[in-house]
Design a protein around this ligand. Sequence first.
Ligand SMILES: C[S@@+](CC[C@H](N)C(=O)[O-])C[C@H]1O[C@@H](n2cnc3c(N)ncnc32)[C@H](O)[C@@H]1O
Length: 273
Amino acid sequence: MSKQRAFLKWAGGKYELVETIRQYLPKGEQLIEPFIGAGSVFLNSNYKSYILADINRDLIELFNLLKSSSDQFIHDLSLLFTPQNNQPDAYYQLRDIFNNSTDQYQRSLLFVYLNRHCYNGLCRYNSGGGFNVPFGRYKTIYFPEKELYFFAEKAQAAEFICGSYQEVMEKAKADSVIYCDPPYLSLSTTSGFTAYYSNVFGLEEHRKLSLLAEKMAYQKNIPVLISNHDTEYTRELYKNASSLYQAEMRRSISCAGESRKKIDEILALYQKA
Ligand SMILES: C[S@@+](CC[C@H](N)C(=O)[O-])C[C@H]1O[C@@H](n2cnc3c(N)ncnc32)[C@H](O)[C@@H]1O
């Protein structure tokens, strides 16, 4: 199976690791991904149906529009990818339009434009909910037409939900399996948090997620695979998993206050024997 790229750039995207993750994804009819992000694992897996969720409303509205009106949406999006729009003035004007718009179609188009033109493909909002990532200064911009069409096609088998992981995991049925890719636990576990959207996913959330995985697997017989950085703390966090696997990262990552280093990924599988 060849590897498919997501059409969005996304912090923590799993493109580099999909072959390894695919090896350990439990078998079933339906895959539930409560932290879908740009969807690299969804795009590179093969289940009959999917429930894909995220707390980021812009992301989920965009996926729903792409699913229902792919041709029109991709055409309209292509009109935003011009050399003129790859200039700081145009970028900040379009960012203002996004922040002041309540029209979902317009917001979704601009969300993809911003993702591809902003600094490092980051997705960050201020406390008022305004997207505040600066201009990215890329020499050339790639229009991910092929990737958009692939996503739209595969999305026909998916239901997209905006919500927190607890409510989404509760939707599991007897033939569902769950893959969780939560925001990484910060490498310095004392300050441990990673901010996504206006939501902070800290130590306490990671602990709750691991307990929920135990409950789903051992009481309800729904297998759950979770990925995270491989650290002493995450090994402790996932100590009740039925298996722990390590996936080697090829690239180094940079972390606030620390130099670039290579951190492997841990995959914790919760599955009833
Ligand atoms: C590491 S990213 C997922 C990356 C994705 N697997 C990929 O390959 O692109 C984590 C995602 O979790 C979402 N998120 C943060 N807190 C959440 C919560 N409480 N419930 C559901 N999703 C959440 C973020 O919006 C973000 O998209």
